[in-house]
Design a binder for this molecule. Structure first.
Ligand code: NAP
Length: 259
């Protein structure tokens, strides 16, 4: 049993849908006060409402994580609403698929901004709150794609997800003076709105390639994030947890077929 996270103030970027929504629900069920940050306010408000109906505490705040002013506004709103920031779940991201031959410099920049620059901006904006509190937790949603694996069409995406880990390792050293840890969860294929957009044949093919023979649920990532934010994880920083049903283990297609 982990020490309670009840009463903690938790920002979840991209908390309106998919993995972020799963993280927000898991933290809210443990009694945390959650800020759902996303651009689309209909989905963000709907998620916050769903959490409140279930007995939790949540607000939605319109945020573009690739924009410094917008991220600063998120921090201000969180401090006004809950008085502190205990945990930042830097989760928002996009995974448009395009092969390098078709990828434009603008496509590249867009994904860099939404996935990588955003991680830096969100961490930077929370530092004063962590310093004031004398503690803090950052959980980054990276991916197996980039840090561990490759997939055609995701060179830019994989670069951002590997880049998040490069950022994290130095950030872990710099944040240590504020008694703040930063770690990353590397999801495999998790059923979300974003993943479903890739089509049924992609989902079916992926399920076959996973030793546990199923795609992940958003709460599988939520529980990993909850652990990294818990008191029990206070001596873990700059590290990664792969949550992929064993997807990155098989050495060959035959290895999977032989299970
Ligand atoms: P999703 O279902 O498409 O949800 C993405 C969330 O991020 C939405 O809430 C979206 O809201 C928000 N978002 C995107 N760009 C944003 C921006 N610039 N500013 C603020 N919010 C933004 O995606 P998902 O599958 O849950 O993925 C979430 C994270 O997990 C991503 O970082 C992704 O790389 C990572 N991941 C996912 C998988 C998977 O299998 N699903 C696997 C590995 C890693 P708005 O569009 O309204 O802003």
């Amino acid at each position: 049993m982990l020490t309670s996270i009840a009463g903690q103030s938790v920002i979840v970027t991209g908390g309106s849908k998919g993995i972020g929504k799963g993280i927000a629900r898991v933290f809210a069920r443990q009694g945390a006060k959650v800020v759902i940050a996303a651009r689309g306010m209909d989905a963000a408000e709907a998620t916050a409402h769903e959490i409140r109906v279930a007995g939790g505490t949540a607000i939605a705040h319109e945020t573009d994580v690739s924009d410094w002013g917008s991220v600063q506004g998120l921090v201000t709103k969180t401090l006004q609403s809950f008085g502190k920031i205990d945990v930042l779940c830097a989760n928002a991201g996009a995974f448009p698929q395009k092969k390098i031959v078709d990828l434009s410099p603008d496509d590249w920049d867009q994904v860099m901004h939404s996935n990588l620059k955003s991680t830096f901006l969100c961490v930077k904006a929370c530092i004063p709150a962590f310093e004031a509190a004398g503690s803090g937790r950052v959980v980054v949603t990276s991916s197996i794609t980039g840090p561990v694996t490759g997939y055609p069409g995701w060179s830019h995406y994989g670069a951002t997800k590997a880049g998040q880990l490069g950022f994290m390792r130095t950030a872990a050293m710099e944040l240590a003076r504020y008694k703040t840890t930063i770690n990353a969860v590397l999801p495999g294929n998790i059923i979300t709105e974003g993943l479903q957009d890739l089509g049924q044949s992609y989902l079916d093919g992926m399920a076959k390639a996973i030793p546990l023979k199923r795609l992940g649920n958003v709460e599988d990532i939520g529980y990993a994030a909850l652990f990294l934010a818990s008191k029990e994880a206070s001596y873990i920083t700059g590290q990664t947890i792969v949550v992929d049903g064993g997807q990155t283990l098989p050495e060959s297609a035959e290895a999977i077929d032989s299970i």
